[in-house]
Write a protein that binds this ligand. Structure first.
Ligand code: SF4
Length: 353
């Protein structure tokens, strides 16, 4: 099934007992390269109101056997079609058993077949700590989908999926505590715009996620799916809202911005309008009191507020400064023409030492 331009279906021939079987495998184009991204089972006994796999929907359900899934994956991997596995699942039974089977797939790949490549596992609500530890041991990245920025929003859209605080947030935080300082090994996903949450609600959560060490947040714009209870009631969320939230997440998690510094992008109801420029540029224009920044004495966080200067470049500037090598010419060459054109209006270049 081709879902959008990021998905394609690859036909694989695998051996089962004495016969060969042709299997259709979903391949997802992630930023790091193609992944065999699949659900262990598309059957689910939960009733998330936006989800086509919920028990409300009458779509046909399928479940991989561990053996077939492993064979198909190895076929794709050895053939150079994918660079890794992303495995999640509908909750077809006791969530603990589902996550046990997910982790088992990864263990079979690692321990039986000696597979050393990329594995990304989605954990189920309420995953016991022992399974979280095991998942972190065998996988490169593990995640728990929070879906919404807090319990009140979550219960609106996923009434049977458990407690947001106990079954999801605390599990995610625990996983993050295990991988510290390798934050990018833990991720989560939010469905944006399904529960009426504001951007301020989301930003409050993002600040907490960054503080507990979660490294990756996916913002999935709510899209109504025919047959789901929310489809008639909630309009689709615009893609630009998610794009701006990705920028906000980067500012919080990589640049160290706090919510109080981001307030300027929010309207009275706590939503970001479509800004027309990057979130960082918008903030810079809204905070003239932050500028100009003098590269010869500014702190790291002051440098990172300048449009065109990210964490890596800010560190490079400080490094050059400490070695006595920072000149305007050097600064221009470090930034490159495009970023220099964005940054120079915010810099005080009058007194290089
Ligand atoms: S638990 Fe997951 S698969 Fe099941 S209905 Fe909710 S979002 Fe869909």
């Amino acid at each position: 099934m081709v879902r959008d331009e990021k998905w394609r279906t690859v036909s694989v021939l695998v051996r089962a007992a004495e016969e060969y079987e042709r299997v259709e495998a979903p391949v997802y184009r992630s930023t790091g390269g193609p992944l065999f991204k699949t659900l262990l089972s598309s059957g689910c006994r939960m009733d998330c109101l936006y989800c086509p796999f919920s028990r409300h929907c009458k779509y046909p359900r399928e479940k991989w056997s561990v053996d077939k899934l492993v064979r198909v994956f190895l076929e794709l991997y050895r053939g150079g079609v994918v660079r890794g596995l992303f495995l999640s699942s509908g909750i077809y039974g006791d969530p603990e058993r589902v996550v046990e089977e997910i982790v088992f797939v990864a263990r079979v790949l690692r321990e039986k077949y000696g597979y050393k490549g990329y594995i990304h596992l989605r954990l189920m609500p309420g995953t016991p700590s022992s399974f979280i530890r095991e998942a972190v041991r065998v996988a490169d990245r593990v995640g728990v989908n929070l879906e919404a920025p807090g319990p009140q929003f979550f219960s609106e859209i996923a009434p049977s999926k458990g407690s947001w605080s106990i079954d999801l947030y605390s599990k995610l935080s625990y996983a993050a505590s295990l991988v510290s300082p390798y934050r990018n090994r833990v991720d989560t996903q939010l469905v944006v715009g399904a529960a009426g949450e504001s951007d301020r609600d989301i930003m409050l959560l993002l600040e907490k996620l960054s503080d507990v060490g979660v490294g990756v947040v996916h913002f999935s714009p709510y899209t109504p799916v025919e047959g789901t209870p929310l489809a008639e009631r909630v309009p689709p969320a615009p893609a630009w809202r998610s794009r701006q939230l990705y920028e906000v997440w980067s500012l919080i998690s990589r640049y160290g911005f706090r919510l109080k510094e981001l307030e300027a992008v929010l309207d009275d109801d706590g939503f970001m309008p479509r800004l027309g420029v990057s979130v960082k540029e918008f903030l810079a224009r809204s905070h003239p009191e932050w500028f100009p920044v003098n590269p010869w004495n500014a702190s790291l966080s002051e440098l990172m507020r300048v449009p065109g200067i990210g964490p890596k470049t800010a560190r490079r500037i400080i490094d050059l400064r400490e070695k006595g090598l920072l000149t305007i010419l050097k600064l221009k060459s470090v930034l490159g023409e495009f970023r220099w054109s964005k940054a120079k209006a915010y810099l005080d270049l009058s007194s290089p030492k």
